[in-house]
Structures are given as C-alpha cells and as structure tokens.
Design a protein around this ligand. Sequence first.
Ligand SMILES: [Zn+2]
Length: 247
Amino acid sequence: MKDCCNDRSAQNPARRHWLAAAAGAGGAMAAGLALLPGNAAAASLSQQERDAMTPDQVVDMLREGNARFRSGAMHSHDFLAQKRATVSGQYPAAVILSCIDSRAPAEIIFDAGIGDIFGARIAGNVSTPDLLGSMEFACAVAGARLVLVMGHTGCGAIAGAINGVQLGNLTGLLGRIEPAVAAAEHAGERSSHSPEFVDAVAQANVLHTIATIRRDSPLLAELEQQGKIRIAGAMYDLGNGLVTFLG
Ligand SMILES: [Zn+2]
C-alpha cells in the first residue's frame, strides 16, 4: 500500500475526478483498496481525501459527477473492489436526503460508488426526528461535510400533498410538505394538474426542509455555523438529468 499523503489529489481534491483514484496518478488508495496498476476504476474515498475537502468542494464534485452522468461518461465502478475497500471503514463526503422515487437514485445520478455518500431517503425528502438523527450521525460521528436535501421534478409525494391525500401513515408524512404548498411562488394554476406548480412546491419543500433541519437540529446548525459542514439544497430534473443546486 502506497502512502496516500503524497497524492496530488489530496492537496487539491476539487480538481480530482470524483472518486477516481487512478493507481497511476499518485497512488490514491481507499483504506484496504489495492487497485491494480493501470486500473482506472473509481475507488471509494479514503479518510484523508474526504477530510481534506471543504463542503464547497464536495458540492463541486457532486456537480462533476452529475455532469458525467448526463453525458454518459460515467466512471467505471468496480463495485466488488469498492465493497472490499470499505469493509473496515467508510468515509462518505455527503449525506443526501432525497425522495424514494425510483427515478432519482443519488449514487447513480452523481456517478458515485459504494462508501461515497450516505443515502437518506423518504417520500418527499422531508425531515423527521429519526432522519435528523441519521444526518447527525453522518456528519458529527462519521465526518460527512455536506448535507444535501434533493427534491425532484414530477414528485408524486408533492402532488399528493397538494391534493391533501389521506392514506394510512402517508397522511402524516404529506403533512410535513403542506407548508411548502402554501409557500410556493407560482403565478399560474395552483393544483397538481400544473406540472410547473408541482415543481415549484418541490423546490419550496427543499428550502423548507433545510430550514427545518437548521431549526430542529442544533447539532447540525452549529456544525454549519462553524464551517465544518454545509447544508444545501438541490433539484433533480427527471427529464434532462440535471441537478440544479439551490442558493
Ligand atoms: Zn418524489
């Protein structure tokens, strides 16, 4: 195992291809990962690589990963190698709170691999006490640098909230989205029949969820005030595959 301290990417991780520890580029190695020489497969993040990143650099790398996804130029992921590399530890750079929608899988649309991001998924990407606990674990215990709340276009949970759907335990969940229904800025028809309004509510819901996280998790709010993490929002467009970061 080479010493990863001399890896150029660790000095300037934002310039480094997202999670691509090419063995020939200086020996960047995830813990326990032994990439074969010349193997350009993406590797999981090492602790040193993750800890060297600023929250803004994590955002930049997510942007780059999404650009690769949109262009079809995704990295070659050896998931078995990533699995082996992360058995003894994980150093994800971000925790992504996103919807359960099958069309919005964070790892794929950011071209990430095993061990790279914590995935917190719930219909409508709302915040709940247990999810706050999960995100607090991700950042305060495991060292993630970014909390990203990601909504998406055409969200059925958002449409359900607009329609006031009542169904089992879903009723309470959709109730968490109601403040965004009222807050969404939209000049036209304010119903679920308007795709533009549904997407406006989805965006307002992302911002509302961020505010909820800051309000209900003093731990995460303090980490953000200290500059140790960033709490950011994004919208994923199901049509063109673009993730737009908010703010
Ligand atoms: Zn959704």
